[in-house]
Design a protein around this ligand. Sequence first.
Ligand SMILES: [Zn+2]
Length: 625
Amino acid sequence: MMKKSFLCFTTVFAVVNVFAQSTAYWQQKADYKMDVTMDMKNYQYHGKQELEYTNNSPDTLKRVFYHLYPNAFQPGSEMDARLHSIKDPDARMVSKITLDGKEVKESRIQNLKPEEMGYLKIANFKQEDVAVDTKTVGTILEVTLAKPILPNAKTTLTLDFDGQVPVQIRRSGRNNAEGVALSMTQWYPKIAEFDFEGWHADPYVAREFHGVWGNFDVKITIDKDYVLGGSGYLQNPNEIGHGYQDAGLDVVYPKKAKMLTWHFIAPMVHDFAWAADKNYLHDVVKGPNHVDLHFLYKNNPKTIANWKQVEPLMVKVMDFYNHTIGNYPYKQYSFIQGGDGGMEYAMCALILGEGTLEGILGTATHELGHSWFQHVLASNESKHPWMDEGFTTYVEDLAMNELAVKKEQNPFKWNYLAYYNLVESGKEQPQTTHSDRYDENRSYSISSYVKGSIFLSQLGYLIGQENLAKTLKRYYNDFKFKHPTPNDIKRSAERVSGAELDWYLIDWTQTTNTIDYGIMAVKNNGETAAVTLERIGRIPMPIDLKVEYVDGTVESFYIPLRMMYFEKENPNPEMKRTVLNDWAWANSKYEFTISKSKNSIKKITIDPSGLMADVKLDNNSFEVK
Ligand SMILES: [Zn+2]
């Protein structure tokens, strides 16, 4: 049995292994050229798109899929239907109304009028100048190609698109709660990802994405008063001005020009987002490694001071992430007020702009962290949101603790409490659940952000903090721009530490099994004490024990887990540690001897670090009375 499952894992791994034959891993490429004009009277836009698509897969592709995300913001869409059926809809996406004296939540999408909803209509679709049949299925465009794309071949796909920016419901939209005119995210026809698992033509129901890397060349024509921020480097800054021009240059616009055409190039990104407003202030701050950090926020006297305070802190946070994970690979990053929580995109994030300094700081720190996990590593977020939201939450908590005046011993303790809470509710679903298909938003959030973050903080308990720090760096270095899978983070940790961790990946991410260890008994055994421990939960763990004696001295004991074939370094070298015999999973009980009498022991504690997610803490310590 063991051998069989090991074989199966190596097969999956071979596909993405950077150390395997260079032909084993492949990814598609999508290079976009887009030219779009915004009509700010009716929030409609018209564009042309040319996509050079390279099929690096071993398959011959007879059809391709595009995302038409704006179609989600229409009455009767899947996103609308989900708001009706889910028990805890996102508060931003519903309005509270009174019906028969009872307060009920109503989908805001359901009430959008034709001129308020979002859409993306495709016309004139051609493959190398040959007209091609397309079919719009909700938020997906299904394209039956005129000519199949052979392995290692390219094709050019062109289309015209007509879009309408919806009244802001979530993420994308116009005139949102903080008065930002345009949040242009998920706004253009975007080819779906095809990888070793096949097509990922996920409908836009709620969240999280998977995309194809490529180069974007985007021209946006809009009334000249609007200030834009977004993905990509502005190619014509001295024609545009608005804070992008060379220092000291006074930009003179052509006399009769009402519109400006902004030309952006974004290399090696898997998405392109932008936002625009007439009242954006625009600051540029030099970040680490000469990266320009742009800040675009509303000229609102209530919030300017907060943004100014956040600017130098984001330089520190970027530097911290560079050192903790690896260098940010682009030369620009923009924090843009979008007024709708926070959402990460390529080389930028849209974040709320009003509210407290802590709110803006926390959101900016979180969204910046996504640049590493969502954008550069870019695991499939629909399938493995914990690898993106969870790992981002982990580095965010580290960074916030780094910035804090008073440092926490365990900056992750709130994550453990939230996870215990979900377990207790009985509503936990395994992390293999597709991000759109959790029963409730709350179980999605805790599973992805919190349990995903604990995957790493608990990994530190398993292999030690130094190995964990090296694992993050190795994972980034080995899998950047390669869409890593869950097995890849496990392999990075194994390569760094030498520990076997398959059991951890399976139990933690594919099941709702929990950890519960207890101290059953401490008995006198002549001049020594016999301690009996019990594994009550399904997940096995190595055990750190701290023993406090009546005379004020302390010592620690470490019980390796047999199936890890590994001995962790002493996490507290200042404390004497005894390494005991390993604990095999099949034994539910474990006994060991302390060379002092029971009466000399004051207290025994399992895992004093609090990094092992033991769901029942009351049986983790034993006080001798
Ligand atoms: Zn996030």
